[in-house]
Design a binder for this molecule. Structure first.
Ligand SMILES: C=C(O[C@@H]1C=C(C(=O)O)C=C[C@H]1O)C(=O)O
Length: 296
Protein backbone atom coordinates (compact mmCIF):
# COMPACT_ATOMS: atom_id res chain seq x y z
CA UNK A 1 0.00 0.00 0.00
CA UNK A 2 1.41 3.39 -0.95
CA UNK A 3 1.52 5.60 2.12
CA UNK A 4 -0.50 8.75 1.83
CA UNK A 5 -2.80 7.58 -0.95
CA UNK A 6 -5.74 7.34 1.39
CA UNK A 7 -5.08 10.83 2.68
CA UNK A 8 -4.83 12.13 -0.88
CA UNK A 9 -8.14 10.45 -1.74
CA UNK A 10 -9.70 12.04 1.28
CA UNK A 11 -8.43 15.44 0.27
CA UNK A 12 -9.67 15.02 -3.27
CA UNK A 13 -13.17 14.16 -2.15
CA UNK A 14 -15.46 16.88 -3.40
CA UNK A 15 -17.17 18.97 -0.72
CA UNK A 16 -20.89 18.27 -0.52
CA UNK A 17 -23.27 21.18 -0.96
CA UNK A 18 -25.92 21.76 1.72
CA UNK A 19 -29.13 20.03 0.63
CA UNK A 20 -31.97 22.53 0.85
CA UNK A 21 -35.65 21.67 0.33
CA UNK A 22 -38.23 23.98 -1.28
CA UNK A 23 -41.81 23.31 -2.29
CA UNK A 24 -42.60 22.95 -5.97
CA UNK A 25 -45.35 25.56 -5.57
CA UNK A 26 -45.31 29.14 -6.72
CA UNK A 27 -44.92 30.22 -3.09
CA UNK A 28 -41.22 29.33 -3.26
CA UNK A 29 -40.55 31.05 -6.59
CA UNK A 30 -39.45 34.35 -4.98
CA UNK A 31 -36.79 32.48 -2.99
CA UNK A 32 -35.71 30.62 -6.09
CA UNK A 33 -35.44 33.93 -7.94
CA UNK A 34 -33.39 35.45 -5.13
CA UNK A 35 -31.11 32.43 -4.79
CA UNK A 36 -30.47 32.54 -8.54
CA UNK A 37 -29.91 36.30 -8.63
CA UNK A 38 -27.48 36.24 -5.69
CA UNK A 39 -25.72 33.17 -7.16
CA UNK A 40 -26.30 31.30 -3.89
CA UNK A 41 -27.94 28.61 -6.03
CA UNK A 42 -24.42 27.60 -7.01
CA UNK A 43 -23.56 26.75 -3.42
CA UNK A 44 -26.59 24.68 -2.44
CA UNK A 45 -28.29 21.58 -3.73
CA UNK A 46 -31.89 22.76 -4.06
CA UNK A 47 -34.45 19.95 -3.92
CA UNK A 48 -38.16 20.29 -4.77
CA UNK A 49 -40.94 18.30 -3.11
CA UNK A 50 -44.34 18.57 -1.46
CA UNK A 51 -44.43 20.16 2.03
CA UNK A 52 -45.09 16.87 3.85
CA UNK A 53 -42.34 15.05 1.94
CA UNK A 54 -39.88 17.84 2.71
CA UNK A 55 -40.54 17.35 6.43
CA UNK A 56 -40.06 13.59 6.14
CA UNK A 57 -36.86 14.00 4.16
CA UNK A 58 -35.48 16.57 6.59
CA UNK A 59 -36.17 14.30 9.55
CA UNK A 60 -34.72 11.29 7.73
CA UNK A 61 -31.44 13.12 7.10
CA UNK A 62 -31.97 13.34 3.37
CA UNK A 63 -32.04 17.17 3.54
CA UNK A 64 -30.10 19.60 5.73
CA UNK A 65 -32.43 22.60 5.69
CA UNK A 66 -36.00 22.78 4.37
CA UNK A 67 -39.29 24.59 4.47
CA UNK A 68 -41.67 22.33 6.35
CA UNK A 69 -45.36 22.48 7.32
CA UNK A 70 -45.75 24.19 10.66
CA UNK A 71 -47.88 21.20 11.81
CA UNK A 72 -44.89 18.89 11.25
CA UNK A 73 -42.52 21.34 12.87
CA UNK A 74 -44.65 21.44 16.03
CA UNK A 75 -44.81 17.64 16.22
CA UNK A 76 -41.04 17.26 15.80
CA UNK A 77 -39.66 20.38 17.40
CA UNK A 78 -37.48 18.39 19.81
CA UNK A 79 -35.49 17.39 16.71
CA UNK A 80 -35.72 20.62 14.74
CA UNK A 81 -34.47 24.20 15.04
CA UNK A 82 -36.41 27.05 13.51
CA UNK A 83 -34.55 29.38 11.17
CA UNK A 84 -35.32 32.88 12.45
CA UNK A 85 -36.80 35.72 10.44
CA UNK A 86 -38.17 33.72 7.51
CA UNK A 87 -41.36 31.70 6.95
CA UNK A 88 -44.37 31.34 4.66
CA UNK A 89 -47.25 33.18 6.27
CA UNK A 90 -50.15 35.48 5.59
CA UNK A 91 -51.89 38.21 7.55
CA UNK A 92 -55.32 37.65 6.06
CA UNK A 93 -56.11 35.95 2.72
CA UNK A 94 -53.23 33.71 1.62
CA UNK A 95 -54.91 32.68 -1.66
CA UNK A 96 -53.18 29.28 -1.93
CA UNK A 97 -54.43 27.46 1.20
CA UNK A 98 -58.13 26.73 1.37
CA UNK A 99 -61.08 24.54 2.11
CA UNK A 100 -62.69 23.70 -1.22
CA UNK A 101 -66.17 22.37 -0.65
CA UNK A 102 -69.19 21.21 -2.62
CA UNK A 103 -71.48 22.73 0.01
CA UNK A 104 -71.21 25.73 2.37
CA UNK A 105 -69.05 24.90 5.41
CA UNK A 106 -72.02 24.68 7.81
CA UNK A 107 -73.48 21.93 5.63
CA UNK A 108 -70.44 19.66 6.14
CA UNK A 109 -71.87 18.07 9.26
CA UNK A 110 -71.51 14.29 8.95
CA UNK A 111 -69.97 14.55 5.45
CA UNK A 112 -66.63 13.28 4.19
CA UNK A 113 -63.81 15.80 4.49
CA UNK A 114 -60.52 15.09 2.74
CA UNK A 115 -57.19 16.33 3.99
CA UNK A 116 -54.51 16.38 1.32
CA UNK A 117 -51.52 14.50 2.72
CA UNK A 118 -49.24 17.08 1.11
CA UNK A 119 -50.69 19.89 3.27
CA UNK A 120 -50.91 18.78 6.92
CA UNK A 121 -51.08 22.34 8.24
CA UNK A 122 -54.09 23.19 6.08
CA UNK A 123 -55.70 20.00 7.40
CA UNK A 124 -55.12 20.84 11.08
CA UNK A 125 -56.25 24.41 10.59
CA UNK A 126 -59.39 23.34 8.73
CA UNK A 127 -60.27 20.91 11.53
CA UNK A 128 -59.90 23.69 14.10
CA UNK A 129 -61.99 26.10 12.10
CA UNK A 130 -64.78 23.57 11.53
CA UNK A 131 -64.85 22.77 15.23
CA UNK A 132 -65.07 26.45 16.00
CA UNK A 133 -68.02 26.77 13.59
CA UNK A 134 -69.57 23.86 15.48
CA UNK A 135 -69.63 21.67 12.40
CA UNK A 136 -69.92 18.30 14.11
CA UNK A 137 -68.69 14.96 12.92
CA UNK A 138 -67.21 15.34 9.45
CA UNK A 139 -65.49 12.08 8.58
CA UNK A 140 -61.85 13.02 7.94
CA UNK A 141 -59.97 11.04 5.31
CA UNK A 142 -56.50 11.50 3.89
CA UNK A 143 -56.35 12.17 0.17
CA UNK A 144 -53.92 12.93 -2.61
CA UNK A 145 -53.31 16.53 -3.63
CA UNK A 146 -55.34 16.00 -6.80
CA UNK A 147 -58.22 18.25 -5.89
CA UNK A 148 -60.69 17.04 -8.53
CA UNK A 149 -59.96 13.37 -7.85
CA UNK A 150 -60.30 13.87 -4.09
CA UNK A 151 -63.68 15.54 -4.54
CA UNK A 152 -64.95 12.46 -6.38
CA UNK A 153 -64.79 10.70 -3.02
CA UNK A 154 -65.21 13.54 -0.53
CA UNK A 155 -67.50 16.55 -0.08
CA UNK A 156 -64.70 18.95 0.79
CA UNK A 157 -60.93 19.12 0.94
CA UNK A 158 -58.30 21.18 2.75
CA UNK A 159 -55.17 21.73 0.74
CA UNK A 160 -52.52 24.06 -0.60
CA UNK A 161 -50.98 24.51 -4.01
CA UNK A 162 -51.13 26.36 -7.28
CA UNK A 163 -54.52 24.83 -8.15
CA UNK A 164 -55.96 26.49 -5.05
CA UNK A 165 -54.43 29.78 -6.15
CA UNK A 166 -56.16 29.35 -9.49
CA UNK A 167 -59.49 28.80 -7.76
CA UNK A 168 -58.88 31.91 -5.68
CA UNK A 169 -58.48 34.14 -8.72
CA UNK A 170 -60.65 32.42 -11.31
CA UNK A 171 -64.32 32.04 -10.46
CA UNK A 172 -65.00 30.14 -13.70
CA UNK A 173 -62.28 27.57 -12.89
CA UNK A 174 -63.86 26.64 -9.58
CA UNK A 175 -67.31 26.03 -11.06
CA UNK A 176 -69.89 25.75 -8.33
CA UNK A 177 -67.38 24.91 -5.58
CA UNK A 178 -67.11 27.02 -2.43
CA UNK A 179 -63.61 28.23 -1.60
CA UNK A 180 -62.72 29.32 1.95
CA UNK A 181 -59.35 30.99 2.35
CA UNK A 182 -57.68 29.53 5.45
CA UNK A 183 -55.50 32.58 6.09
CA UNK A 184 -58.56 34.83 6.00
CA UNK A 185 -60.59 32.57 8.35
CA UNK A 186 -57.75 32.39 10.89
CA UNK A 187 -57.25 36.14 10.78
CA UNK A 188 -60.98 36.75 11.32
CA UNK A 189 -60.97 34.37 14.28
CA UNK A 190 -57.76 35.41 16.04
CA UNK A 191 -56.76 38.78 14.56
CA UNK A 192 -53.35 37.23 13.91
CA UNK A 193 -51.27 36.18 10.92
CA UNK A 194 -51.01 32.47 10.22
CA UNK A 195 -47.67 30.75 9.65
CA UNK A 196 -48.11 27.87 7.20
CA UNK A 197 -44.51 26.88 6.61
CA UNK A 198 -41.31 27.44 8.58
CA UNK A 199 -37.69 26.87 7.64
CA UNK A 200 -35.99 24.34 9.84
CA UNK A 201 -32.76 22.42 10.31
CA UNK A 202 -32.24 19.23 12.27
CA UNK A 203 -30.89 19.91 15.74
CA UNK A 204 -27.93 17.56 15.27
CA UNK A 205 -26.98 19.30 12.01
CA UNK A 206 -27.21 22.72 13.67
CA UNK A 207 -24.88 21.48 16.42
CA UNK A 208 -22.45 19.80 14.02
CA UNK A 209 -22.34 22.39 11.22
CA UNK A 210 -23.43 25.79 12.60
CA UNK A 211 -21.37 27.62 10.00
CA UNK A 212 -23.16 25.89 7.12
CA UNK A 213 -26.55 26.57 8.71
CA UNK A 214 -25.73 30.27 9.14
CA UNK A 215 -24.59 30.47 5.52
CA UNK A 216 -27.78 28.88 4.21
CA UNK A 217 -29.90 31.02 6.50
CA UNK A 218 -28.12 34.18 5.32
CA UNK A 219 -28.57 33.11 1.70
CA UNK A 220 -32.32 32.57 2.21
CA UNK A 221 -32.77 35.96 3.88
CA UNK A 222 -30.79 37.73 1.16
CA UNK A 223 -32.75 35.88 -1.55
CA UNK A 224 -36.07 36.83 0.05
CA UNK A 225 -35.05 40.49 0.42
CA UNK A 226 -33.84 40.76 -3.16
CA UNK A 227 -36.97 39.07 -4.51
CA UNK A 228 -39.17 41.54 -2.64
CA UNK A 229 -37.20 44.47 -4.10
CA UNK A 230 -37.51 43.00 -7.59
CA UNK A 231 -41.07 41.69 -7.19
CA UNK A 232 -42.51 43.43 -10.25
CA UNK A 233 -39.84 42.04 -12.55
CA UNK A 234 -40.03 38.62 -10.87
CA UNK A 235 -43.82 38.50 -11.34
CA UNK A 236 -43.52 39.55 -14.98
CA UNK A 237 -40.98 36.82 -15.71
CA UNK A 238 -42.82 34.13 -13.74
CA UNK A 239 -46.10 35.00 -15.49
CA UNK A 240 -44.57 34.02 -18.84
CA UNK A 241 -44.76 30.38 -17.73
CA UNK A 242 -47.88 30.34 -15.59
CA UNK A 243 -51.62 30.65 -16.04
CA UNK A 244 -51.52 33.73 -13.77
CA UNK A 245 -50.88 37.28 -14.95
CA UNK A 246 -48.08 39.43 -13.56
CA UNK A 247 -50.40 41.64 -11.49
CA UNK A 248 -51.88 38.59 -9.75
CA UNK A 249 -48.47 37.08 -9.09
CA UNK A 250 -47.01 40.30 -7.72
CA UNK A 251 -49.99 40.62 -5.40
CA UNK A 252 -49.60 36.99 -4.32
CA UNK A 253 -45.84 37.27 -3.69
CA UNK A 254 -45.87 40.62 -1.91
CA UNK A 255 -49.28 41.13 -0.30
CA UNK A 256 -50.97 37.75 0.15
CA UNK A 257 -47.86 35.85 1.23
CA UNK A 258 -45.50 37.20 3.83
CA UNK A 259 -42.04 35.68 4.06
CA UNK A 260 -41.10 37.31 7.33
CA UNK A 261 -41.21 35.77 10.80
CA UNK A 262 -41.41 38.63 13.23
CA UNK A 263 -43.32 39.17 16.46
CA UNK A 264 -46.81 39.14 14.93
CA UNK A 265 -46.16 35.93 13.01
CA UNK A 266 -44.61 34.33 16.09
CA UNK A 267 -47.72 35.29 18.07
CA UNK A 268 -49.85 33.61 15.38
CA UNK A 269 -47.64 30.53 15.48
CA UNK A 270 -47.80 30.37 19.28
CA UNK A 271 -51.59 30.66 19.18
CA UNK A 272 -51.86 27.84 16.63
CA UNK A 273 -49.55 25.72 18.81
CA UNK A 274 -51.78 26.38 21.80
CA UNK A 275 -54.93 25.48 19.84
CA UNK A 276 -53.44 22.20 18.65
CA UNK A 277 -52.32 20.82 22.00
CA UNK A 278 -48.76 22.16 22.12
CA UNK A 279 -49.39 24.37 25.16
CA UNK A 280 -45.74 24.13 26.20
CA UNK A 281 -44.56 25.68 22.92
CA UNK A 282 -42.23 28.62 23.29
CA UNK A 283 -40.39 30.29 20.50
CA UNK A 284 -36.72 29.40 20.40
CA UNK A 285 -34.95 30.55 17.30
CA UNK A 286 -31.44 30.46 18.74
CA UNK A 287 -30.83 26.70 18.52
CA UNK A 288 -28.05 24.62 20.10
CA UNK A 289 -24.93 26.57 21.02
CA UNK A 290 -26.84 29.65 19.86
CA UNK A 291 -26.32 28.84 16.19
CA UNK A 292 -28.46 31.89 15.57
CA UNK A 293 -28.23 35.14 17.47
CA UNK A 294 -31.20 35.67 19.81
CA UNK A 295 -33.95 37.89 18.44
CA UNK A 296 -33.38 41.37 19.86
C1 LIG B 1 -48.80 29.23 2.16
C2 LIG B 1 -48.58 28.00 1.78
O1 LIG B 1 -48.38 27.10 2.77
C3 LIG B 1 -48.00 25.76 2.61
C4 LIG B 1 -48.89 24.89 3.36
C5 LIG B 1 -48.46 23.84 4.11
C6 LIG B 1 -49.39 22.88 4.80
O2 LIG B 1 -50.61 22.96 4.63
O3 LIG B 1 -48.91 22.00 5.55
C7 LIG B 1 -47.09 23.67 4.28
C8 LIG B 1 -46.19 24.53 3.76
C9 LIG B 1 -46.54 25.71 2.98
O4 LIG B 1 -45.81 25.70 1.81
C10 LIG B 1 -48.60 27.64 0.36
O5 LIG B 1 -48.15 26.58 -0.04
O6 LIG B 1 -49.08 28.45 -0.43
Amino acid sequence: MVPGVEIADEELRRPVRPRVGRTGFLNCVPLFWGLARTAALLSIDLVEDTPDALAQRLLAGDLDVATVPVADYLLNRDRLVLLPGIATSSDGPVMSCAIVSKVPIVGLEGRTFAIASSSPTCGRLAQLLLKRQEVEGPRYVTSSEDLRAALQEADAIALTGDEVLRYAVDRAARGGLHVYDLGALWRRWTGLPFVFGVWAVRRDVAARAPHMVREVHGALLAARDLAMTEAAELARRAAEWEVFDAVTLEHYFTRALDYSLSDRQLAGLTEFARCTGHEDFTVDTTGPSAVFAPIT
